[in-house]
Design a protein around this ligand. Structure first.
Ligand code: HEC
Ligand code: HEC
Length: 356
């Protein structure tokens, strides 16, 4: 008889979203607690090996996912997420009234823009030739941006609105435009009990982004469902662990930590753009969740072929070469990381008053 799902033990179900009672708990503790619900005795060797390699499953219930993604300093509420969604899609947050967060992090196409370097205000390409990372599951990264310069999504969201090559809108302009729209004035009052400020706007956007998590078959596998992965995917997972990929691409995001890049051998597309990591040459490890939907790859978007990306990684980070079949196996494993996207209803945005 096949063991399906019964390996998930019935540890107490966590409280609902937004109670904020665990301010003392670190992010790592929180993830540890929410993802430790598996009875290890019922797992296959490969499932045990994957858990030992540090992978963590996204919890299967929506409430628990959101609890994990929540920020006690900016608690998720339904009304805040709804406002944040509007702002995420509202191009009036940009100087030109043409560019929204969704322009470069398009939720219909993997949370990215599918161009090598982001294109923003006045058709300007990112000055460092940087690729737009996905916003799906970004909440699970330790830091935000390729050089990790923002500590969380709240801080991150302040950047692109103001950045001249992106949305090019100074804080004051954003606030005055939003204040000219009566429905927004009311909605901010309802959500924040205050007038519109730039910080409130970015907090609402971040709360919305915290809901962008995508559970996949790999989570089911880690939770005990051995049939969730095909045999080929299992083979790929094994290669991924055995070769050392999981030393960086692990945890709940299969990434998200700052790591040396290139660690061992030169990066062959080093000259595309001038990005060299943070001051210690460390680069934020991208999440591999939905990796088959987020090409082009690497900070400078230098590759569109996932097999090439895997081979470049093996060379730069591990200093080894994979057999053709091993590369193919890893790519096969990546299929299991394509997650279910939250259902997002495209918002109807409040109109600007006619006499404005
Ligand atoms: C012109 C395209 C563009 C627009 C518009 C844009 N972004 Fe980005 N976004 C980027 C690029 C490029 C990066 C990486 C920049 C860097 O690392 O310096 C990025 C990084 C991010 C990250 C960090 C992800 C990670 O894995 O490190 C998040 C989150 C994000 N953007 C959210 C937003 C939000 C929210 C908005 C709207 C307020 C927005 N972006 C608008 C292009 C864009
Ligand atoms: C030492 C840490 C480390 C190891 C080991 C490692 N990676 Fe990476 N990986 C990174 C970092 C950092 C980046 C981002 C590099 C950049 O774009 O500058 C990355 C990028 C990637 C990307 C591109 C992601 C994207 O969205 O652009 C893929 C795919 C990938 N790694 C797969 C692998 C595979 C497969 C292995 C094993 C063969 C591996 N990695 C081993 C740290 C690591």
């Amino acid at each position: 008889m096949k063991l399906r799902k019964i390996a998930i033990s019935t540890v107490a179900v966590l409280a609902l979203v937004g109670c904020g009672s665990d301010n003392q708990e670190t992010k790592a503790d929180k993830i540890e607690r929410a993802t430790q619900k598996v009875d290890k005795n019922l797992l296959t060797d490969l499932q045990k090996k994957a858990l030992n390699a540090g992978f963590q499953a996204l919890p299967s219930s929506k409430a628990e996912q959101l609890k994990l993604a929540d920020n006690p300093n900016n608690p998720i509420t339904e009304a805040k997420v709804e406002l944040g969604k509007k702002l995420y899609f509202d191009p009036r947050l940009s100087k030109s009234n043409l560019i929204s967060c969704n322009t470069c992090h398009n939720l219909a196409i993997g949370g990215v823009d599918i161009v090598p370097a982001a294109i923003g205000h006045g058709w300007t390409e990112n000055p460092h030739h940087l690729n737009s990372p996905t916003v799906y599951n970004a909440v699970f990264a330790d830091k935000q941006f390729w050089d990790g310069r923002a500590k969380d999504l709240e801080e991150q969201a302040q950047g692109p609105i103001q950045a001249p090559p992106e949305m090019n809108a100074p804080k004051e302009l954003v606030v005055s435009k939003l204040k000219s729209i009566p429905e927004y004035v009311e909605e901010f009052k309802k959500v924040f009990n205050s007038e519109i400020t730039f910080e409130n706007a970015t907090q609402a956007i971040a709360a919305f982004e915290r809901t962008l998590v995508t559970p996949s078959r790999f989570d089911k596998f880690l939770q005990g469902d051995n049939t969730a992965l095909t045999d080929k995917e299992k083979k790929g997972l094994e290669v991924f662990i055995d070769k050392g990929c999981a030393s960086c691409h692990t945890g709940i995001a299969l990434g998200g930590t700052m790591q040396p890049f290139p660690a061992i051998k030169k990066y062959k597309y080093n000259d595309v753009g001038d990005f060299k990591g943070d001051k210690n040459s460390m680069v934020k490890t991208p999440t591999l969740r939905n990796i088959l939907e987020t090409a082009p790859y690497f900070h400078n978007g230098a590759m569109t072929d996932i097999k090439e990306a895997v081979n470049v990684m093996t060379e730069t980070q591990l200093g080894i070469e994979l057999k053709k079949e091993e590369t193919e196996n890893i790519v096969e494993f990546f299929k299991s990381l394509t997650g279910e996207k939250p259902k997002i209803t495209y918002p109807i945005l409040p109109a600007m008053p006619l006499n404005n």
